[in-house]
Design a protein around this ligand. Structure first.
Ligand code: SF4
Length: 637
């Protein structure tokens, strides 16, 4: 189909589906370039609906970077909702890009964002709707090169049968290197194998077809073999040395989306070292943006978009060094403009009365979220989140006293060695916060407890520990459901089945790809949507492919087992993760590594980048040793 035919078809089917604004494009700030004159076309895809995908900052950044190049165009595509998918399949309408309405199969490169694992069946559905063969082995140089990146890609193996190349780490620099490599290959008219081999030479790119896993009799990995000499092993995570000025020209949707606000990333990485947190490990080192740059960006983004809300994003916003200067600066600069500021991910320890005072002026009183994660001191030592209940109650009191009446508390059950007493303590702590609120502001107090279930994620100090069984999770949730009810208390939880899916997909090896494909063939999609998640289809998929789901979840992995993601190097040493795991067993904690570097491995891996960026935008210590390249020059002179 050509764009005119796509438009014609849309004219017929859009009046029959919900929220047609998801499928039209044409929004303020979209970039439409001339297909006939631009040689390289990239489609950027989010494998869920537009409403979610439009709030994905990573894709918005890549869209901007690519479209700044005169010889590249980038367009967007999202997965249609159930009704639109049915209408598209019935009308033989392939997945198309919102800007030009060209079918996705006609692009040179398709980049798929994989921020979390429950998008995997959607990614297959997206390829299928685009008419692109799902298996990478069945695609030729005539098909788009399918690349993927995002947090979930730090264990690429479960999706490795379907993706030509993964970006491991940050995409800002590597995306252009991939496109340049593709352009050279196209100009030279070489084989697809030649393109894949060339891609392995780019720092941060993993090409799964050039690696072959071998397994032991017990099913564990024995080793990962490289199939060509040039393929690096391990593949080192890509990072950018310095955060560039933030994106400001955001596309403004016609319809309500998940976050109707300007997202400005103030800091990347986290130095707290919570042992369950994959993001905290894979996004190291911490790099901050200067306050003035953030303020300028907000000014410009508000002017470009007309939004009235700004989200200051990072893994731990109150740990941003100059957070007070920033919030005060915003109050001064945007006084009288009714700007709302959201500062998600606040930490209890770094949350000050002063910060709350400043936020009072710019934040909507919609509620504060605090994440103690566990409720007993013992459990917090194990997970390395050493806040005390007194600190939490004090912070809650400060919040209530400033006029907020809703506090959301986020906990996790299923941490290693957790008992029912630890779970009971969660209920007790929520009630104590409610009591504190009632004492201060009376019956308006509302405490909403969100209780997730822990999944030991790859590249964390807990990567070896088992996941709770369904029975264990249900017993803990039963206790909480019995305790956390009544006026002023609300409990949200995730089903044990959703937790198991997350565990299979995040901890899986290459064989898991067959399960994902089978589940999709059986009808699994939108697994992140409770009402569409079909656990029975996943169990059937395991049965049909002969794999044992418990192998990936309820088995404690020996420390010396080769893990399916070990050929991916996130910069943090395995020896550090082992040490941290052993420390957790002893209840030993680490302080914020901005106060004391624990030599996690990041500095030696990225020493040259650190050296080139002196000062405190990086929160790791300065590197004083000579450059490795300088040493070589001196030795040979
Ligand atoms: S190198 Fe040191 S300061 Fe930097 S992230 Fe690792 S432990 Fe923290």
């Amino acid at each position: 189909m050509n764009p005119a035919e796509v438009e014609h078809c849309l004219g017929r089917i859009l009046p029959t589906v919900q929220k047609p604004g998801r499928y039209t494009g044409g929004e303020l700030n979209q970039i439409v370039k001339d297909w006939s004159t631009i040689p390289t076309r990239v489609a950027l895809a989010f494998p869920d609906i537009y409403d979610l995908g439009m709030s994905n900052l990573g894709l918005a950044i890549l869209y901007d970077i690519l479209n700044r190049q005169t010889d590249i165009l980038a367009e967007r595509t999202y997965l249609p909702w159930i009704d639109m998918e049915a209408a598209m399949r019935q009308a033989d309408l392939p997945l198309y890009a919102l800007e030009s309405k060209h079918p996705i199969a006609g692009f040179d490169i398709l980049g798929i964002s994989l921020p979390y694992e429950s998008l995997y069946t959607n990614a297959l559905n997206l390829l299928d709707l685009a008419g692109i063969p799902l298996y990478r082995a069945e695609r030729t140089g005539e098909h788009p090169l399918v690349i993927a990146g995002g947090h979930a890609a730090h264990n690429p193996e479960p999706m490795s049968a379907f993706i030509d190349a993964f970006v491991i780490g940050e995409g800002e620099d590597v995306i252009l290197e991939i496109v340049r490599c593709y352009q050279e290959w196209k100009a030279e008219k070489r084989s697809k194998e030649a393109l894949l081999a060339a891609l392995t030479q780019i720092w941060g790119v993993y090409v799964p077809s050039l690696y072959e896993p071998h397994y032991q009799e017990d099913g564990a990995l024995s080793h990962m073999e490289t199939l060509i000499a040039e393929a690096p092993i391990p593949v080192l995570k890509r990072i950018i040395p310095k955060l560039p000025p933030p994106l400001t020209r955001f596309i403004v949707p016609f319809i309500d989306v998940t976050h109707n606000r300007v997202p400005i990333e103030i800091m990347r990485g986290c130095t707290r070292g919570c042992r369950f947190c994959q993001a905290g490990m894979i996004t190291r080192p911490v790099r901050e943006r200067p306050v003035e740059e953030v303020l300028e960006a907000i000014d410009s983004a508000l002017a470009c978009t007309g939004y009235e809300e700004v989200g200051l994003l990072s893994l731990s916003s109150s740990d941003y060094g100059p957070v007070l200067d920033l919030v005060r600066g915003m109050s001064e600069r945007f006084a009288g403009r009714h700007l709302n500021v959201s500062l998600p991910s606040l930490r209890i320890e770094s949350f000050s009365a002063e910060l709350m005072e400043s936020l009072k002026e710019t934040s909507r009183r919609r509620g504060f979220t605090l994440a103690p994660e566990a409720a007993t001191e013992h459990m917090r030592q194990i997970i390395n989140k050493p806040v005390t209940n007194e600190q939490l109650l004090e912070t809650a009191g400060e919040i209530f006293s400033r006029g907020w009446h809703t506090i959301k508390l986020y906990f996790m059950i299923g941490h290693p060695s957790e008992t029912l007493e630890d779970v009971q303590a969660i209920a007790d702590l929520c009630k104590a916060v409610l009591k504190e609120g009632r004492r201060m502001i009376g019956k308006r107090t509302q405490v909403n407890a969100g209780v997730g279930t822990f999944v030991p994620k790859p590249h964390t100090p807990f990567q070896w520990v088992p996941v709770d069984t369904t029975e264990q999770i249900e017993a803990k949730q039963r206790l909480l459901k019995g305790e956390l009810r009544g006026p002023g208390l609300k409990l949200n939880w995730t089903s044990p089945q959703e937790t198991l899916l997350e565990a299979w997909l995040s901890r899986g090896d290459r064989r898991m790809g067959e399960v994902i494909l089978r589940a999709w063939q059986l009808g699994a999609k939108f697994d992140a949507w409770q009402e569409h998640f079909r656990y029975d289809l996943w169990l059937q998929a395991f049965k049909d492919t002969g794999l044992n789901p418990d192998f990936y979840t309820h088995r404690e992995r020996p420390i010396d087992e080769i893990l399916p993601w070990e050929h991916i190097d996130i910069g943090v040493k395995k020896a550090y993760l082992i040490e941290d795991y052993l420390w957790s067993l002893e209840g030993r904690t680490r302080i914020d590594c901005r106060e004391r570097c624990f030599a996690c491995g990041i500095l030696p891996k990225y020493a040259d980048l650190r050296r080139e960026n002196p000062g405190d935008s990086w929160r790791c210590p300065e590197v004083r040793s000579p450059r490795r390249s300088d040493v070589r020059v001196t030795a040979s002179a």
